[in-house]
Design a protein around this ligand. Structure first.
Ligand SMILES: [Zn+2]
Length: 292
């Protein structure tokens, strides 16, 4: 693509993109839009349609897309950030920047579990979650929006702890099963507390991964009733097909497929969702940075 900058005044920024070859909406029910132009003012899209109808008046940037495709930024529903674009367990530097090159503009933490010396006591895990939430709210690596601050639940937590976390701005739970809670009844009680205070939850489905994790099978997944069935295709060891089917059919929660899982199980889960006509439940993540 080529683009020219008309003016770079401090006033309103107006971007006009013309000559798009394909415009994807991101919506399953209407994936391709009848459009070849987009206008955005101060970072918000104000027009999607045909170039002849686009108001280019006062544009500060005009981009000739030369037939390129345009899609909404992708959301990676499962990442494990630690500090900016560095994750020490795998000595991974720049993995967020790399994912941006693949079109990912938003990431959702499934727990800051690769933090060296990760605290497991209640006040420590709350402090880590609140700190991670603040760090990534204040700093976007390469511009990527990372929703972080996702504590992994421990058996000693009380309802008040979930309220405290929510009051402090925490909106996510890390994968249930990566902390000390690995049984259905305790997970279910705590997931309900999280939900009560507006905290979204996910679970580690499948065999163990990092040290301290354990097998989470279909019975625990269904009893815990998290908002998302995290890596239903394993992260990285998948459950048997029969259990994957039980989970798909036994709840209406989100079904997450990750890159760092079993590819055959991923296709099985996807085909099961299609067969059930519930493709809208499927979300995609990476579980990056991998290496557990
Ligand atoms: Zn996991």
């Amino acid at each position: 693509m080529s683009h020219e900058t008309a003016t770079q005044a401090a006033g309103p920024q107006k971007i006009v993109i013309r000559n798009l070859g394909l415009v994807l909406s991101g919506a399953l029910e209407n994936p391709i839009l009848d459009a070849d132009a987009i206008v955005a003012v101060d970072g918000r899209i104000t027009f999607i349609g045909r170039g002849k109808d686009a108001d280019g008046e006062g544009a500060t940037t005009i981009i000739d897309a030369k037939g390129s495709a345009l899609a909404p930024g992708l959301i990676d529903s499962h990442v494990h950030p630690v500090a900016g674009d560095w994750t020490p367990r795998q000595n991974q530097l720049g993995w967020i920047d790399s994912n941006l090159n693949g079109g990912v503009t938003t990431m959702i933490s499934a727990g800051e579990v690769h933090t060296p010396g990760r605290p497991r006591d209640v006040i420590g895990l709350k402090a880590l979650a609140i700190s991670a939430q603040r760090q990534f709210a204040n700093f976007r690596p390469s511009g990527v929006k990372v929703h972080a601050g996702a504590p992994c639940i421990e058996p000693e937590m009380s309802e008040q702890d979930f309220k405290d976390l929510a009051d402090a701005g925490v909106k996510l739970l890390g994968e249930v099963g990566l902390g000390g809670v690995k049984d259905g009844p305790t997970a279910r009680r705590m997931v309900a507390w999280a939900r009560k205070y507006g905290i979204q939850s996910t679970i580690h489905t499948g065999g163990p991964s990092i040290p301290g994790s354990g097998l989470i099978d279909k019975d625990v997944v269904l009893e815990a009733d998290t908002d998302v069935v995290g890596h239903i295709n394993g992260g990285h060891t998948a459950l048997p097909d029969t259990q994957i089917r039980c989970i798909c059919e036994g709840c209406r929660r989100g079904l997450e497929i990750v890159h760092n899982g079993n590819e055959r199980a991923a296709l099985y889960a996807l085909r099961t969702a299609i067969e059930m006509k519930q493709l809208e439940r499927v979300i995609l993540g990476t579980d990056a940075p991998a290496g557990s």
